[in-house]
Design a protein around this ligand. Structure first.
Ligand code: NDP
Ligand code: 8X3
Length: 253
């Protein structure tokens, strides 16, 4: 049966790769992000290629009112959400604590933590009503171990890790699966966003490394989502072969 999958942050990277993966399997998608043109383009391609239905929602997850309004007024046929992929997120800046910009900290906390909570709070009642659902939260290895100059990005992903665990406990009685995915370095627009458009610094992140791709993570998420009803992967940490934890890389030049 075709599922309905809501993916936040589907305009690039991991979210976009998830959209392609789930659409290829015949699932119908609600795709969100702030960049409207990219959403429209993706919708067009996926509908033509895979004959699935796509609903686009231009949404800044930091905006609580907008999230409540848009997700609280989904057309009836889109309310039976089987899978929520809480993927929208970002790092801004890579500075030592004393040098970091408080605005960057607020953006990360508002997006990665508050945004994930606002979206989840809007969707959980729909899953409770249908007595099933699967929430997949995008954490990071940064939410497992703190690294130098990672400060508040790490804090935001530690919060995601805690929310993921807490959701699983509280939603157990509603037959809702909750899975945390915690990748290491994945080559997406992430580094470019983190270094505020400095492409040289962004590219250096992956120097000497065969990093994970967005498709690797989409494949992993898809696997977690296809397991039998009685199986739930709680927590999954995934890195490329040249990475161990947050700080150890074996780079080749
Ligand atoms: P990208 O920058 O390629 O994608 C980020 C996505 O999040 C975009 O679609 C962006 O859409 C969306 N987004 C960002 N801010 C907002 C917002 N305020 N409201 C709505 N959507 C937003 O990076 P990735 O694909 O790599 O990142 C996806 C997730 O994976 C993030 O949570 C990130 O922390 C996590 N992650 C990434 C890793 C990596 O190395 N790349 C490793 C571990 C975790 P738009 O700009 O259109 O709003
Ligand atoms: C992104 C991976 O190691 O840059 O979450 O924090 S890392």
């Amino acid at each position: 049966m075709n599922k309905i999958v809501l993916i936040t942050g589907a305009t690039s990277g991991i979210g976009e790769a998830c959209a392609k993966k789930f659409a290829a399997a015949g699932d119908h998608l609600i795709i969100t992000g702030r960049r409207s043109e990219r959403l429209q383009q993706l919708k067009k391609v996926l509908e033509i290629t895979f004959s699935v239905k796509i609903l686009t929602l231009v949404l800044d997850v930091q905006d609580r009112k907008a999230v409540e309004e848009k997700l609280g007024s989904l057309p009836l046929e889109w309310q039976h959400i089987d899978i929520l992929i809480n993927n929208a997120g970002l790092a801004v800046g890579r500075d030592s604590f004393e040098d970091a910009d408080i605005n960057d900290w607020e953006t990360m906390l508002n997006t990665n933590v508050h945004g994930l909570l606002y979206v989840s709070k809007a969707i959980v009642p729909l899953m409770i009503a249908q007595k099933k659902g699967h929430i997949i939260n995008m954490g990071s290895v940064a939410g497992k171990e703190v690294y130098e100059r990672g400060n508040v990005y790490c804090a935001s992903k530690f919060a995601v890790d805690a929310i993921n665990k807490a959701m699983r406990i509280d939603l157990l009685k509603h037959n809702i699966k909750v899975t945390g995915i915690h990748p290491g370095a994945v080559e997406t627009e992430f580094a470019s966003v983190r270094f505020k458009g400095d492409e040289k610094k962004a590219a250096a992140t992956y120097d000497g490394l065969v990093p994970l791709t967005a498709a690797d993570i989409a494949d992993t998420i898809f696997y977690c989502a296809q397991l039998p009803k009685h199986v739930c992967i709680n927590d999954l940490v995934i890195t490329c072969t040249q990475q161990a934890g947050t700080y150890y890389f074996h780079k080749t030049q």
